[in-house]
Design a protein around this ligand. Sequence first.
Ligand SMILES: NC(=O)c1ccc[n+]([C@@H]2O[C@H](COP(=O)([O-])OP(=O)(O)OC[C@H]3O[C@@H](n4cnc5c(N)ncnc54)[C@H](OP(=O)(O)O)[C@@H]3O)[C@@H](O)[C@H]2O)c1
Length: 322
Amino acid sequence: MARVALVCTFLFVVLCAAAGHENGCEAAGCSSGAAGDGGYFHYLGERHATVPFIPAGVTAAGPATRSKGGSLIVAGATGAIGREVVCAAVANANIRRVVALSRRPIPASEWRSVFGAGLDETAAATKLTVQAVDWNRMNLYYSPTSPAGRLDAAVQAAFQGHDYAAMCMATTKKDAGSAEAFRLCDLLYVEAFGKAVMAESRGSIQHFVQISSAGASSTSWFLYLKTKGEADDAIAAMGFPRLTILRPGLLDRGDKARFIEKVGMCVIGGLPVASAGAATVLSLVDPATQAKAFAAGASMPPGVFFLYDSQILAISPKPVKK
Ligand SMILES: NC(=O)c1ccc[n+]([C@@H]2O[C@H](COP(=O)([O-])OP(=O)(O)OC[C@H]3O[C@@H](n4cnc5c(N)ncnc54)[C@H](OP(=O)(O)O)[C@@H]3O)[C@@H](O)[C@H]2O)c1
């Protein structure tokens, strides 16, 4: 199995290099196909069918243990993983409030088209709020070297009173237009989000989940992996009571898949974004189930948990071999 994963990683790095992506290793584990829709996906050479996910101990009505539920703020809520997080959170009886941050205002009439058909619109009507954020302004406000400006009152209020936070924002050097613009989003905006959560929800925040990448390391020679590693380190240094860092390999991003990702998925498959979204929400509200994903002997810094493809799949929709 380890050899298969190694070969998958090698193949994808080669594919990315051929396409000129500096984010070379947006991959490692791997699968493909639509998720969360009763479809199929491939993982490490095996074909699986997705099935509806009901976490242990959770019924449609939700566990009796937390009738009130927690509050979640999501950055990058309109992205491939972010919107899955929003849908899973809105559907989760353990969550009473979801604040989705977006670059632009999104009226309720557009929620289904932005967040996808998986959005429970009835639950969303009472739980979901979409808040537009000017990330540049946010970044200036929380700048470590030259803080400037002030936060919009509505944005500040949107950050208050949360139990959980999920960082799903990201771009690529190609989409951003330069290495600096890429780092602005994937490092500085991530840091600004963490600081805002810490500052505004200091008394209530319990758990922060960050979507990172397999191979992320602040010592990497690759811009993408180095930046993701630095962002993980920056959030870890903030001292959240509990931090979970998802490090998926190649993602199956559905209708958002880029050309090179489609090529990669044809060869090695990709992890369904619905699995990453479900794992994110379940990790947030049910750390006990998350803990079951770790093999005996896994070593982690206190309070920091890394989920790679195998752990993400272990706690997200259970694959059924066909
Ligand atoms: N692609 C892969 O195979 C892969 C593999 C491993 C890990 N990852 C990681 O997984 C995470 C989530 O990826 P994803 O596929 O869900 O990303 P995505 O679909 O590209 O979504 C990115 C989100 O970030 C927002 N965003 C992009 N550029 C921004 C900017 N300059 N300022 C503010 N917001 C911005 C987008 O907003 P708009 O909707 O307004 O554009 C969107 O909400 C990322 O950390 C990524 O690095 C990806």
